[in-house]
Write a protein that binds this ligand. Structure first.
Ligand SMILES: [Zn+2]
Length: 320
């Protein structure tokens, strides 16, 4: 079946190895427009993105899902340029991150639904690029009234378009059940939903309870091993879930951005040796897959994490 990449429909049989949750950039548009090159330089970010994602392509990656929501600075022109220059399939998202902001807080659900539906039917930002996935986010505070409204609008768009949903969530507060309930109330079954950042916990009881509901787990923060939960506990948790028979419901990624404007200034980033970072878009190939093989997992299960699983997720064919 066909899904939307930023350069047009692509057959799911041609997705190859997929990184299910990355970002080319997360950099706020109002900051970009106001501060110009002090905050962001588009040409340079394009060059960085091509260099970094080109390295992943050399490792065998064929498809990258850009999980940037509209209000973290999703840049469809950047995605289109990088897709053309690297030959990668890039899948764009539409949806909103969890921050409380007036243009979400004061609007009713219908208006939010209309905006998201417009991206899906008309294309993004005046281009013919359409999203291949919806994005939602729930932070530590859980499903606040604003997020209930935004997630409900997002769920309705998913039910109507058939697009799947990636939902950022914080597994430490166990909000997955509430998120799945909300989407189900919109007509979105759990097998169309990824609970993102599930790899940030080692609590097997919670993770298996979510898997039993039928959703997918994003073990997708391998770009952050240095910052919080390290590589070994993350890999051990994946290995344990695979041994329990859940290997076909896990999706791997780094959640990195070529330029992430949250923490690092543009000045620091543009002068960094970004092509030789330890935790880059090739970290899974260099460090995670070998570590999983060392733990004795079947090669087919390990290979499926980047190929069969994303394909099955997009096709929506898994029953459990
Ligand atoms: Zn992300």
């Amino acid at each position: 079946m066909k899904i939307q990449s930023v350069l047009g429909p692509v057959d799911t049989s041609e997705l190859g190895q997929v990184l299910m949750h990355e970002h080319l950039t997360c950099a706020d548009w109002s900051m970009r427009m106001n501060f110009g090159s002090r905050f962001y330089e588009a040409d340079k970010v394009t060059e960085m993105s091509c260099g970094m994602l080109g390295k992943a392509a050399q490792q065998g990656v064929a498809t990258v899902v850009d999980g940037t929501p509209v209000n973290l600075g999703r840049d469809i022109h950047l995605m289109r340029d990088v897709a053309r220059r690297t030959g990668l399939n890039i899948i764009a998202s539409t949806g909103f991150y969890y921050q409380e902001e007036p243009w979400l807080g004061f609007r009713d659900e219908e208006q939010i639904y209309d905006l998201l539906m417009g991206d899906c039917t008309d294309g993004i930002q005046g281009t013919d690029s359409k999203p291949g996935i919806l994005k939602a986010g729930v932070a530590r505070a859980g499903v606040t009234p604003l997020l209930h409204k935004v997630l409900h609008a997002t769920g309705r768009v998913a039910a109507e378009t058939g697009l799947p949903i990636f939902c950022h969530h914080d597994p430490s507060v166990h909000s997955g059940g509430e998120i799945l309930d909300l989407f189900e109330s919109c007509g979105v079954p759990a097998n169309r939903v990824i609970l993102g950042h599930s790899g940030d916990t080692t609590e097997l009881e919670y993770l298996t309870a979510m898997l039993e509901r039928g959703c997918w787990l994003g073990m997708d923060r391998f770009g952050f091993c240095d910052r919080d939960l390290g590589l070994e506990p993350r890999v051990d948790t994946i290995a344990r879930l695979c041994e329990m028979g859940w290997g076909n419901k896990l999706l791997l990624s780094h959640d990195l951005a070529a330029y992430l404007a949250f923490w690092d200034s543009w000045e620091t980033t543009k002068n960094s040796d970004y092509l030789h970072l330890e935790e880059d878009f090739t970290f899974i190939h260099r460090r995670v897959l070998p570590a999983l093989r060392e733990r004795g997992l079947e090669p087919a299960v390990v290979d499926g994490l980047l190929t069969a699983n994303p394909r099955t997720f997009f096709e929506g064919t898994s029953s459990h």
